[in-house]
Write a protein that binds this ligand. Sequence first.
Ligand code: MTE
Ligand code: MO
Length: 372
Amino acid sequence: DPYIDDPVRHPALKVNSQRPFNAEPPPELLTENYITPNPIFFTRNHLPVPNLDPETYRLHVVGPPGGQSLCLSLDDLYKFPKHEITVTLQCAGNRRSEMTQFKEVRGLEWNIGAISTARWAGARLCDVLAKAGHQLCETEAHVCFEGLDSDPTGTAYGASIPLARAMDPEAEVLLAYEMNGQPLPRDHGFPVRVVVPGVVGARHVKWLGKVSVEPEESYSHWQRRDYKGFSPSVDWDTVDFDSAPSIQELPVQSAITEPKDGETVQSGEVTIKGYAWSGGGRAVVRVDVSLDGGLTWHVAELDGEEQRPRKAWAWRLWQLQAPVPAGRKELNIVCKAVDDSYNVQPDTVAPIWNLRGVLSNAWHHVHVHVAP
Ligand code: MTE
Ligand code: MO
C-alpha cells in the first residue's frame, strides 16, 4: 500500500477520497477563522504523500544557458529574503457537487470547502530564479514545477505558470516553507511548496523537487489533460484538451457557510455567513445576499484583512443579519460576489457546466425552514 505512510488527519475533515487523500473542512468551521487552522485546511492530493527528510532535502533549480543551476538545501532557501503573505488557495473543483446535481461530471465530489486561507512565508520565486541567472525574455516561456510525489511508474506531479508571473516581484510567487508560522504540514507540501497568489490550487506544487524554465507549458497530465474549462456541449468523445488554455487565475467566487442547507432558523432575525474571493489579485468589493431566491437583495458586511489593490490574494469573510420576512415558512438564501473589475457570478450552473466540473461559481443557494 503506497499510502501506508500518509500522515494522520484531523477527524473534523469531510473525506472525499481516502487514497489519495482528499478532504475539506465542514462549512461552519471554514469561516470560523479568517486564517484557516492548518489541521483543517482542505487537502487535495493526487498521489501518496512523500516522507521527506529536511536534512537531505534539495531543490533543483535549472539555470539558463550561461547561468548556473542551483541545488538548494532548506538552509540555502532560508538565506533568501523571507517574504510573508496571506493567500487563499482554491481547487478548480471547489463546488463540483453542484455541477454533478445538474449533470454528471468526472471528478471528486467537493462541496464548498475546497478553499482555505493561510499566512505563507518563504523565498520569492523571482529571487531564486534571478540567482540562477534567469531573466524575463521576449519569447513565451513557462516556469515548470515538479513535485517529489509520484505514481508507481515514477511520474511526478507537475504544473507550470508563465515566466512573466514568476519573475514579477509584485505577483509575490513564493517557495513557501512556512504555513501559519509553522513548517508546512506533510499534507501541504513539507518541506517546500509553491504558492502562486490568485492562481488555481493545481499550480501550487507541493513537495517541490525541481524548477525549470521552458519554452512550453509543463507536459504534466495535470497541466495539459486536466484543469481546463470547456463548453457545456463538449463531452468525453469530443473534448480536445489542446484547444483550451490551462486554468490559471480563477473567476470570482462566494458561498454561504451558515446556516446550513435544510436547517431550521428562528423567526425574527437570521445571521448568514460566508466567504468571497476572486482570482488574479482582484478584490471582492461587494457581496449581495437574498432571502427570497434572488428577487430582492441585501448587501453583506465584509470582514477580514484590508485588500491591497491588484494584490487582493485572500478571501473576505462576510456576514449579514437580516429580518426574516413575517409569515415565511421557508427561505431560499442566495449569495453572489462582485470583484473590483465588476466581474459577477453566473446565476445558474447550466451555462457553465463542463465535463470535468471545474470553475463552478454560480450563485450559491441554501434552503432553510423558519421555525413556526
Ligand atoms: N502538488 C503535488 N506535488 N501533488 C498534488 O497532488 N495537488 C494540487 C496542488 N499541488 C498537488 C500539488 C492541487 S490540484 C491543489 S488544489 C493544491 O495542491 C491543494 O493544496 P492543499 O492540499 O495544500 O490544500
Ligand atoms: Mo485542485
